[in-house]
Design a protein around this ligand. Structure first.
Ligand code: COA
Length: 262
């Protein structure tokens, strides 16, 4: 792998992997190779049934991902742009539908495609140095990897329209204010805080982790009654699992639960 790094934790983080976008000299900009390697890595991670949490972050001190690669995009025809954007959408969908939780650790610029990929995480924690934006309009285009839609769903239509129409950058505190990120930490504390939360999630059973993600992801796009039905199906399907019996039994016996993912 040339453009991403994949690492697995140990001990409390044994069920946690970290995918680092790794083109620091280009602020981790998304090119074909990086998107292809990310897609392949996610395909492998889908088959890793012991994985509970994936952390996404960027290499270097400056950027999470400063956008889709503008040199690549400058040479695309309309048809090629469609293929390029579709690849980004595919990666985004794989992140959203993954059988493990995804936390975005935003360590610097999260712009354009970088913000679009970040927003496919369950939630984002940011460094106080992070900056966010959808600057595509400055390049004569619009977001093409889900930005217009996921930003609207995360922060509301007015804020999404303002960010996409002005192309302006906002800092981490403003991102917190508009609930684009869940928390902001001093730069050096970002990853320790992300891993603290990852360890908390990793201590749970995989079965409800998957169910929470799928119910929220798929429920977001359908009428409320249908979404609630999805929830009811997912809730009831967990009954009879070893982990449901263990979780409830452990509570009643006043001991810590030990989950097996079965
Ligand atoms: N695509 C391709 N290359 C990019 C890039 C992108 N989205 N973002 C940064 N880079 C490259 C720069 O061209 C530069 O490469 P070079 O050293 O070979 O010239 C390198 O990364 C460092 O970036 P630089 O612009 O020198 O850093 P900076 O600290 O002065 O500015 C930004 C940082 C993020 C403000 C600036 O890089 C920028 O505006 N990037 C583009 C953001 C954007 O429009 N993204 C959306 C694309 S759809």
């Amino acid at each position: 792998m040339n453009t991403i790094k994949l690492e697995r934790g140990t001990d409390k983080l044994a069920a946690v992997a970290t995918l680092t976008f790794n083109r620091p000299d280009k602020l981790n900009a998304l090119n074909d190779e990086l998107l292809g390697e990310t897609e392949a890595a996610l395909r492998d991670l889908y088959n890793d049934h012991s994985l509970k949490v994936l952390v996404l972050t960027g290499a270097g001190d400056k950027a999470f991902v400063a956008g889709a690669d503008i040199l690549t995009m400058s040479k695309l025809s309309s048809g090629e742009a469609h293929t390029f954007g579709a690849r980004g959408h595919r990666v985004g969908r794989m992140l959203e539908e993954a059988p493990f939780a995804v936390i975005g650790a935003i360590n610097g610029f999260a712009l354009g495609g970088g913000l679009e990929i970040a927003m496919c995480s369950d939630f984002l924690y940011a460094s106080d140095k992070a900056k966010f934006g959808q600057p595509e309009i400055n390049l004569g285009v619009i977001p093409g990897m889900g930005g217009t839609q996921r930003l609207t769903r995360r922060v509301g239509i007015g804020m999404a329209r303002e960010l996409c129409l002005t192309g302006k950058m906002i800092d981490a505190q403003e991102a917190l204010r508009i609930t684009l990120v869940n928390a902001v930490f001093p730069h050096a504390e970002l990853l320790p805080k992300v891993y603290e939360t990852a360890a908390t999630i990793a201590s749970k059973s995989q079965l409800p982790i998957r169910a929470v993600r799928r119910t929220i992801t798929f429920g977001a796009d359908v009428p409320l009654a249908t979404a609630n039905e999805l929830e009811l199906q997912a809730f009831s399907a967990l009954f009879g699992s070893d982990d449901q019996r263990e979780g409830m039994g452990a509570f009643l016996e006043k001991r810590a639960a030990t989950f097996t993912g079965k």
